[in-house]
Design a protein around this ligand. Structure first.
Ligand SMILES: CSCCC(=O)C(=O)COP(=O)(O)O
Ligand SMILES: [Mg+2]
Length: 227
């Protein structure tokens, strides 16, 4: 029996185009000003230190770090330091009404039903935990953070690493065979499956012929009793 469901965000609960066409450009547009104005805030300093460590440049100054962060954004690199900074910048965008967090219309009814059945819901995304809480706190459907029992980001490891799913299972406190991971990316599901989890792939757009995972086009097609 599935007792907990862990969901990805981009391409699973929310449109990739929202992330790539709204969130990422907003962070890019505001990065330099944000760093200039907020560089002495402890959380910003911690993120910049993480970037320095990631590129093995302990003395890198702010202009150098800014260029490194732009190149990370060009590569869509899932850098924990970049993701922390993006989340801080997006906070302003949510608060000033520049955007709300996209949710596919099938997501909220399914999550609500699963929670009512006593199943625990979690999020695992490369976006920082703070960014995840913002997306669901300022979603198209209002604040739905009350549905979730916890959030995981790259602090537990990258989404294509098997070890990350062992860590999440240990933190949730359930055996892998009671856990279901929902994602649009088959390499992430491969890692979860290798850790013993159940998996389901969301196909929101293009088909994925290279996948060996069960596929659904939206959350309304998910029947947890048949897993
Ligand atoms: C919290 S929404 C922004 C997600 C994000 O920053 C991202 O890079 C998505 O990566 P994922 O590995 O979750 O597809
Ligand atoms: Mg995804």
């Amino acid at each position: 029996m599935i007792r907990a469901i862990v969901t990805d965000i981009e391409g699973t609960t929310s449109d990739i185009r929202f992330v790539h066409n709204i969130l990422f450009p907003y962070a890019r547009q505001h990065l330099a000003t944000f760093l200039r104005d907020q560089q002495h805030q402890p959380e910003v300093q911690a993120a910049l230190e993480a970037v320095r460590a990631e590129v093995d440049q302990p003395q890198a100054d702010l202009p150098t770090l800014t260029q490194i962060l732009f190149s990370f954004m060009d590569q869509d690199r899932k850098s924990t330091g970049l993701k922390a900074l993006q989340g801080m910048i997006w906070r302003d965008g949510y608060l000033n009404g520049s955007f709300t967090g996209h949710l596919y219309p099938d997501v909220l009814p399914a999550l609500t039903a699963w929670q009512a059945q006593g199943r625990k819901l979690y999020v695992y995304s490369s976006g920082s935990v703070a960014a995840q809480k913002l997306l669901f706190g300022y979603s198209d459907e209002g604040d739905i953070t009350g549905l979730f029992s916890g959030y995981f980001d790259t602090h537990v490891g990258a989404k294509r690493e098997v070890a990350a799913y062992h860590t999440i299972a240990a933190q949730i406190g359930l055996p892998a065979e009671q856990l279901l991971f929902l994602s649009d990316i088959h390499q992430e599901l491969d890692a979860a499956a290798q850790a013993g989890w159940h998996t389901l792939q969301l196909i929101r757009g293009e088909a994925d012929g290279a996948s060996c995972h069960r596929q659904v086009t939206d959350f309304s097609e998910i029947n947890l009793e048949s897993i």
